[in-house]
Design a protein around this ligand. Sequence first.
Ligand SMILES: CC(C)(COP(=O)(O)OP(=O)(O)OC[C@H]1O[C@@H](n2cnc3c(N)ncnc32)[C@H](O)[C@@H]1OP(=O)(O)O)[C@@H](O)C(=O)NCCC(=O)NCCS
Length: 222
Amino acid sequence: MSQERESASVPHMTRRKGVPTAPRSWKQRLFQLSVFGFRAVAGLFFDRQRLVGIYFDDSTTGWKWVLRGLLFQKLLGFNRNIPWPVSPLNTISVPYNIEFDPDDINMFNEMSGKYFQNFAAPIRIGKGTWIASNVGIITANHDPDDLKRHLPGREVVIGEGCWIGMNAVILPGVHLGPRTIVGAGAIVTRSFPEGHCVIVGNPARVVRYLPRAQADGGVAPK
Ligand SMILES: CC(C)(COP(=O)(O)OP(=O)(O)OC[C@H]1O[C@@H](n2cnc3c(N)ncnc32)[C@H](O)[C@@H]1OP(=O)(O)O)[C@@H](O)C(=O)NCCC(=O)NCCS
């Protein structure tokens, strides 16, 4: 998988629920102190509440995205309206109309085009979901009788722990349950609310069901 989470440098303990925290060295303490400073300065340009999670609290990766964002978003104006770091090649129509977990902010920071078309309805993305390059998530179609207009939007909901493969397109009103895997190039025209399945093709169809984990509906920890 090419997403940047894999290459994220995590010099200190990653935060995981239920995992005891190791005693911190002076280097780790210094890093934590620096994070306060980074957040204070970066908070002048971005929403401070978005600068949290594994890429910011325990890693330098998020702060590199901040630096890139200062150049491309704030200085050059690509995605200037988005109050968190986003690669200049990704598009989010309306930043307040998308829900995601802070630990998944990497999905916006690959240098590859993704299109989150959400001006007509929200896009809700569950925790731990991976979205590959060139994926399109669409909430409203053009009106076939007047292409300058759009039909009413329908929200798209993607459950926790899903993986959307490269070049997949998810169409208005689709709800995917937890642990849905969408194959590369799939066109998802209808919902698969039960989740725990692999769907491929155009229109997407189930090729395989996935075993459910015992307690939590199958969501793998980060
Ligand atoms: C969806 C995917 C995970 C399926 O893997 P899998 O469960 O091992 O499935 P298989 O390879 O056993 O294929 C099962 C069937 O689905 C078909 N199939 C698999 N992926 C497909 C795809 N993306 N589109 C269309 N058909 C596909 C296979 O041809 C096979 O069909 P058959 O039974 O008629 O021979 C994988 O094929 C895929 O698309 N991965 C996405 C990779 C990607 O986008 N990575 C981006 C970097 S994060």
